[in-house]
Write a protein that binds this ligand. Structure first.
Ligand code: G6P
Length: 607
């Protein structure tokens, strides 16, 4: 999705903007641009394609200490230089960069054209530059406010103008904007990754707010000019967390970071005295937790799959009926919201539009919502009634790996906590704690099988399709495994609960259709073996992903990806590690761009 950077201060703005835009590349984009103010003149460079194309256009050391930059992911209008941001008004006094959608753009374009304005692009965003330049406010801030009163839709917008050459105006409505506080310099970005190199002190704008940003500080008002008080927070991650380090791909780095990420998720949360989990941010007393009759988990993509897995853990340990649903589907079916249901939204970025909209719908109807979120201070984190941060560290690769694992770990902690305020015995709680404490080391062991997994992946990388099957707790692992393979290797992969195989998909099984079978060492092992047999009997190659040492698995499968034994509830989570590596190595064998898969974005902030 689109990215925004703004700078005002003593440095050469072009360098700051370019380094910020590079940090935002991971979000996915198809064109880029920057605008600088120098000697009261606005200059703008834009290009379709990668950032390198933009850099090729720039003169050496372009002058200017204030400017804005953008990476665009096309929604209205094709990827092209004209449609790239920044957009300028006709006299080139005002430049804007915009994330989001202006819903009444057609009407506004016609209105501007009737006044004789010649629009340069097909975008909905360009109208903002013309409207701001034409507004009759005394200050740039007033003109931006006037413009925003006329538009409908979603925006994260930053404006620069020759009338106030060292000022940036930033505004938010539905699309994230963060102000970074420096010493005699200030930054604006749509994502903290763009500014951590310069500052870790940030302020998140809320919907309907407008900020005036100058080198010596900022002030925030509502759209009606009412002053707002804002509190700065410190970002946990350093800029090195946003680097590839020695790795070729962020995905690979993030797969390898899982032992430390999981240790951070667990840190300070295991209560060995009472054999429970300590989750400070839930904002729910033991009495309130006892009153919960049902749990509904909402998320998108991998977060939804982690939700299915979480629902299973909660039902098993706490015996509370729990289920997961894709956030957008939930919202659109006009759900019944119950006061004794606890709603949980799950999101890495904390900005996914569909998840945020579902959260708002539940709260509007009086429901109580907890968040399981990675990005500290994100919109979802700020709007929930309570929640748990994952502390997985920044995840840059589009394909989620360490965060999917940490989402599962948070659910395990929550299930333990809910179980211990209900019927779960201290002994049972103790076993779960030991299982969780062992996880970082077990993940390390699972990662050590990399070479073997790579050779198996190379063997199957030329296939056209694959099934992924798993039973009960292994079913979400199958969904996530298939998703990883689809996302980065573009292989057709479909996940089924093992029991469903014989109700249709089995018709496709032959020697050219491999099946990845997730076989945890749990009570259902015999049943899982029966499913593998069904496939093997039809000459279908089976890749068994297992932490069981049962010889029958080894005999029946064409290839085995082995993970270490674990607490029965954590087995499927651990089996996710070989599945990540399998997808990664398939994509590498197929020569694909692992970190920026086609058509996908890391965080989907539009509907
Ligand atoms: C996008 C990403 C997925 C991710 C989903 C939810 O579709 O490509 O990898 O699982 O959004 O993102 P969130 O930030 O809410 O976890």
């Amino acid at each position: 999705m689109c990215g925004i950077v703004g700078y005002t201060g003593g440095r050469a703005a072009a360098q700051v903007l370019l380094s910020g835009l590079k940090r935002l590349e991971y979000r996915g984009y198809d064109s880029s641009g920057i605008a600088l103010i120098s000697r009261k003149r606005l200059r703008c460079w834009k290009s379709a394609g990668k950032l390198q194309e933009l850099e090729n256009l720039l003169p050496e050391n372009p002058a200017g200490h204030c400017g804005i930059g953008h990476t665009r992911w096309a929604t209205h209008g094709k990827p092209s230089t004209e449609n790239a941001h920044p957009h300028l008004d006709t006299e080139a006094t005002t430049a804007i960069v915009h994330n989001g959608i202006i819903e009444n753009a057609v009407m506004l374009r016609e209105m501007l054209q009737a006044r004789g304005v010649v629009l340069q692009s097909e975008t909905d965003s360009e109208v903002l530059a013309h409207l701001i330049a034409a507004a009759d406010g005394q200050t740039l801030q007033e003109r931006v406010r006037q413009c925003l009163m006329q538009v409908r839709g979603a925006w994260g917008v930053v404006v620069s103008s020759t009338t106030e050459p060292d000022t940036l105006i930033a505004a938010r409505n539905g699309s994230p904007v963060i102000i970074g506080i420096g010493d005699g310099e200030m930054f604006v970005a749509s994502d903290a990754s763009a500014l951590v190199r310069y500052t870790r002190q940030v302020v998140h704008l809320d919907d309907g707010e407008v900020a005036v940003v100058r080198p010596d500080g900022f002030e925030v008002t509502a759209l009606d000019a009412k002053p707002m008080t804002k509190t700065a927070i410190t970002i946990e991650a350093g800029h090195e967390d946003y680097d590839r380090g020695g790795y070729k791909h962020f995905m690979r780095k993030e797969i390898d970071e899982q032992p430390e990420a999981v240790a951070r998720t667990l840190s300070g949360r295991l209560d060995e005295r009472f054999n429970t989990a300590h989750l400070g941010g839930l904002n729910l007393s033991a009495r309130e937790l006892l009153d919960i009759r049902r749990i509904k988990i909402l998320g998108c993509g991998s977060a939804y799959y982690a939700g299915i897995s979480g629902a299973g853990m909660i039902e098993t340990l706490a015996r509370i009926p729990a289920s997961a649903e894709p956030a957008a589907e939930f919202r659109y079916r006009n759900p019944v919201i119950e006061s004794d249901t606890l709603y949980i939204v799950v999101s890495q970025s904390g900005e996914t539009f569909d998840t945020l909209a579902a959260l708002r719908e539940v709260r509007r109807k009086g429901g109580r919502v907890l968040g399981i979120v990675n990005a500290v201070g994100s919109t979802i984190a700020r709007e929930v009634d309570g929640g748990v941060y994952m502390h997985a560290g920044p995840e840059i690769s589009v394909a989620s790996t360490k965060v999917y694992t940490c989402m599962n770990v948070v659910f395990a902690l929550l299930a333990l906590h809910l179980g211990r305020v209900r019927d779960m015995s201290p002994q049972h709680g103790r076993k779960m704690i030991e299982g969780l404490q062992a996880l970082p080391e077990l993940i390390e062991q699972a990662l050590a099988d990399d070479d073997h997994i790579a050779s198996v992946a190379r063997h199957y990388a030329t296939c056209e399709s694959a099934f992924f099957i798993g039973r009960a707790a292994a079913w979400p692992a199958a969904l996530e495994g298939a998703q990883k393979l689809k996302e980065i290797s573009y292989l057709h992969a479909e996940a089924y609960p093992s029991s469903e195989l014989k109700h249709g998909p089995l018709a496709l099984v032959d020697e050219n259709m491999p099946t990845v079978a997730i076989v945890p060492d749990d009570d259902l092992l015999e049943k899982s073996l029966a499913s593998i047999e069904e496939v093997a009997a039809r000459s279908g190659p089976v890749i068994a992903v297992t932490n069981s040492d049962d010889q029958r698995v080894i005999k029946l499968a064409s290839h085995v990806l082995q993970a270490p034994a674990a607490h029965f509830l954590l087995g499927p989570l651990l089996l996710g590690i070989p599945l990540q590596l399998f997808a990664y190595h398939c994509a590498i064998a197929r020569g694909l761009d692992v970190d920026q898969p086609r058509n996908l974005a890391k965080s989907v902030t539009v509907e």
